[in-house]
Design a binder for this molecule. Structure first.
Ligand code: NAG
Ligand code: NAG
Ligand code: NAG
Length: 355
């Protein structure tokens, strides 16, 4: 039997003391019963147990202190503010069945950096997994194997390596995932790779480094009807944000659309993206393009005018030249005609073949 925490045990100790004056046999039986009950729902060391909410909260200071045995009623397990750099595949693989009913697992602020393959595979009922405030650098493709019922995955400020989110072999097992929280991870664009998650409905993308949504990203989000949160991103409010602003107006998929703010250009810093007057918005590149088209047009027009002037000024010379040309042509044609007549003279040809 593992040692028990005073919080869990206190109630059990206090209760029999009230019977101190009663019949000894009864007290003995009660104590025996209570010890039995106490053993059945013992609280692991370094943990607080709340049977009414089926919650066990643990604060181990090292991986070795992660409990091995949990009360049979546990459905929500929280192991926080600890130091567990590597979550071993054996951590939750207990031969007892106590974790088989676990629905919520919270591993917040545990200095998690790597998760071994199949680390959660003995938690078949898990629907919510929160690994926020960690520094994950290594998520193998099999990290979430077995979590086929997981609906909510929270990875807020959890990715020590933001590119993990763009290269997602690990999504293959999260067939039921509906909500993914990846706030505060320094993401620079919307992770389209997430679209492999076929049941995804909601993505929390706040407090990242996203500067705009591209046309492609918007059309994918629109097709999949995915709802998102995006405040606290440094949006660049030039003409390239136009499609996004139209979309914010057109759709209600961005749930915090009214809170998105520009970080650039300086004169728009802090203003609301939703209120931008995008129709009058010009990009530097766009201006350049327009200017170059106008310049090209002017040059073409000038060349045309000069050509027409040359034609006009030279009209007499041109007439003369045309006449000369026509005469030259006529002479030439007559010459041909003459030679043709000579060549096709039957007598001449007969004479030549007859010889
Ligand atoms: C679980 O049982 C297997 C044998 O069935 C044993 O090899 C393993 O060490 C046990 N694991 C734990 C954590 O008790
Ligand atoms: C935003 O994320 C950074 C880490 O990327 C964190 O330090 C900061 O506290 C977060 N801000 C808010 C308001 O959550
Ligand atoms: C909706 O989006 C289209 C372009 O996709 C845009 O032309 C239109 O003005 C938008 N409507 C509103 C109300 O913003």
């Amino acid at each position: 039997m593992s040692p028990r925490h005073p919080d869990c045990h206190g109630n059990l100790i206090n209760t029999p003391l009230r019977f101190a004056g009663a019949d000894g046999w009864l007290v003995l039986r009660l104590v025996g019963l209570l010890v039995f009950l106490g053993a059945a729902s013992s609280c692991p060391i370094n943990c607080d147990c709340h049977s009414k909410t089926s919650l066990v909260q643990c604060h181990p200071s090292s991986p070795q202190e992660i409990p091995e045995d949990y009360p049979h009623w546990v459905q929500n397990l929280s192991i926080t503010n600890s130091n567990i750099p590597i979550l071993r595949s054996s951590t939750f693989r207990r031969n007892g069945t106590n974790l088989h009913n676990l629905t919520t697992l919270i591993l917040v602020n545990d200095n998690l950096q790597a998760i071994e393959a199949r680390a959660f595979s003995d938690l078949p009922r898990l629907t919510t997994l929160d690994m926020s405030l960690n520094a994950l650098r290594n998520l193998p493709g099999e990290a979430f194997a077995g979590l086929s019922h997981l609906r909510v995955l929270k990875l807020n400020q959890a990715l020590g390596e933001p590119s993990l989110i763009f290269n997602l072999p690990w999504t293959q097992h999260l067939r039921s995932l509906q909500t993914l929280e990846v706030s505060g991870n320094g993401l620079q664009s919307f992770p389209l790779a997430l679209m492999d998650l076929e049941n995804l409905q909601m993505v929390h993308l706040g407090n990242n480094s996203i500067q705009r949504l591209s046309e492609e990203e918007i059309s994918v989000l629109r097709d999949r009807k995915i709802r998102i949160y995006m405040s606290l991103n440094p949006f660049i409010c030039d003409c390239r944000i136009r499609d996004m602003v139209y979309w914010l107006h057109n759709s209600s998929q961005t749930l915090d659309a009214q809170n998105l703010r520009c970080s650039e250009p300086p004169d728009l810093n802090g203003s609301l993206v939703f209120n931008l007057k995008v129709d009058s918005m010009k990009c530097k590149n766009e201006d350049l393009e327009t200017a170059s088209y106008v310049f090209f047009g002017i040059v073409l027009a000038l060349i045309g005018v000069i050509f027409l002037m040359v034609l006009y000024l030279n009209r007499r010379g041109i007439k003369r030249w045309l006449n000369n040309f026509r005469e030259a042509c006529r002479d030439q044609m007559e010459g041909y005609h003459y030679r043709y007549e000579q060549d096709s003279d039957p007598r001449r040809s007969n004479a030549s073949t007859g010889i």
